[in-house]
Ligand binder design. Structure first.
Ligand SMILES: Nc1ncnc2c1ncn2[C@@H]1O[C@H](COP(=O)(O)OP(=O)(O)O)[C@@H](O)[C@H]1O
Ligand SMILES: [Mg+2]
Length: 262
C-alpha cells in the first residue's frame, strides 16, 4: 500500500509546490513509483512547474466525472522515470469536487504507486481540508522566519486534530551563511518553536524552481538536501542536510564574504 502525503504550510508562497515537485523527483529517482497531484483544482501550478502542461489530455475532474480512466489521465515526467502527475483541471466549478472525491482518487492511486504526494492549496479553507482529508501523512513547509514558523505551528495542531500524526516539518529557503552569522533561525531554533523534529533544511536556490538539468545531474546542494529529506521520509528517521558546511573553514569564510556581496 502506498503512502499518501499532503504538502501543507501555514503561509502561502513558502514553497509547497516547488517541494512537491522536487520531492517527487527524488523519490522517483530512488526507485519509488511516485505520483503528484494538485489539490488546488482550477490552478495548475504543479503541471506548469513540471513542464507537463502541454502534454495533458485528461485531468482530475475528467477522472472524477468518469470521462476517462485514471490511467489515461496520468502523465509521466519527461526527465524522471517513475514520476507521474495527475493533472489539475484548468477551469471548473470548485463546488462540484468534494473532499470525498479527492480521497477516492488518492485511494485508487495508492493501489498503483509507492508514494502519492498531494500539493495543498494556500490557507486552511475548503481546499486545504479536501487535501488533508485525503492523506495519511503530511509535510509541513515553513521558511526560517518567526511568523512563518508560528503559522506552521497552527497548521500542525490542525493536522493533529485531523488525525494526521506523521508530520515532517521542512524549512525551505534557508541560507547557510546567514545561519552561521546568526541572522537566520537554525534547525534547533525551529524545533524549539514548533516542539517537533525538523526533517529537512532546503536552501534558497534557483535550480530548485527551474527544475533544470543541474537538478537532474544531482550536482546542486538543493538536490542533495531534497534527497536527504526523501530518505528521511522513507525511513522515518530525519536526515538533514547541513547547509552551513560549505561556509565553514577558511574557504567557507571567503564564500560567505562573496555571498554577502551578491
Ligand atoms: N528553495 C527555494 N529557492 C528559491 N526559490 C524558491 C524556493 N522554494 C520556492 N521558491 C520560489 O518561491 C515562490 C513560491 O513557491 P511555491 O512553491 O509556488 O510556493 P507555494 O506553493 O507554497 O505557494 C516561487 O517563485 C518559487 O520558485
Ligand atoms: Mg502552490
Amino acid at each position: 500500500m502506498a503512502r499518501s502525503i499532503v504538502i501543507t504550510s501555514g503561509k502561502g508562497g513558502v514553497g509547497k509546490t516547488t517541494l512537491t515537485a522536487n520531492l517527487g523527483r527524488c523519490l522517483a529517482a530512488m526507485g519509488e513509483r511516485t505520483v503528484v497531484l494538485d489539490a488546488d483544482i482550477g490552478l495548475n501550478n504543479l503541471d506548469v512547474l513540471l513542464g507537463m502542461d502541454s502534454r495533458i489530455v485528461y485531468d482530475i475532474v475528467d477522472v472524477i466525472e468518469g470521462r476517462c480512466r485514471l490511467r489515461q489521465a496520468l502523465v509521466e515526467d519527461i526527465d524522471q522515470a517513475g514520476l507521474y502527475i495527475l493533472p489539475s483541471a484548468h477551469s471548473y466549478d470548485k463546488a462540484k469536487i468534494s473532499g470525498q472525491h479527492i480521497r477516492e482518487v488518492v485511494l485508487r492511486l495508492c493501489q498503483n504507486f509507492d508514494f502519492v504526494l498531494v500539493d495543498c492549496p494556500a490557507g486552511i479553507e475548503a481546499g486545504f481540508k479536501r487535501a488533508v482529508a485525503a492523506c495519511e501523512e503530511a509535510v509541513l513547509v515553513t521558511t526560517p522566519h518567526i511568523s512563518s514558523v508560528r503559522d506552521a505551528e497552527t497548521v500542525m495542531s490542525i493536522l493533529l486534530r485531523s488525525g494526521i500524526t506523521r508530520i515532517y516539518t521542512v524549512v525551505n529557503r534557508v541560507r547557510g551563511d546567514m545561519i552561521l552569522s546568526g541572522e537566520m533561525l537554525t534547525k534547533n531554533d525551529v524545533e524549539k518553536l514548533i516542539n517537533a523534529e525538523v526533517y529537512g533544511m532546503i536552501p534558497e536556490e534557483d535550480a530548485l524552481n527551474l527544475l533544470s538539468n543541474s537538478f537532474n545531474a544531482g550536482i546542486t546542494e538543493g538536490y542533495a538536501a531534497c534527497q536527504a529529506l526523501a530518505r528521511g521520509i522513507m525511513s522515518g528517521t530525519p536526515e538533514v542536510f547541513d547547509l552551513t558546511k560549505k561556509y565553514r573553514g577558511f574557504f567557507g569564510k571567503i564564500k560567505r564574504g562573496l555571498r554577502r556581496r551578491l
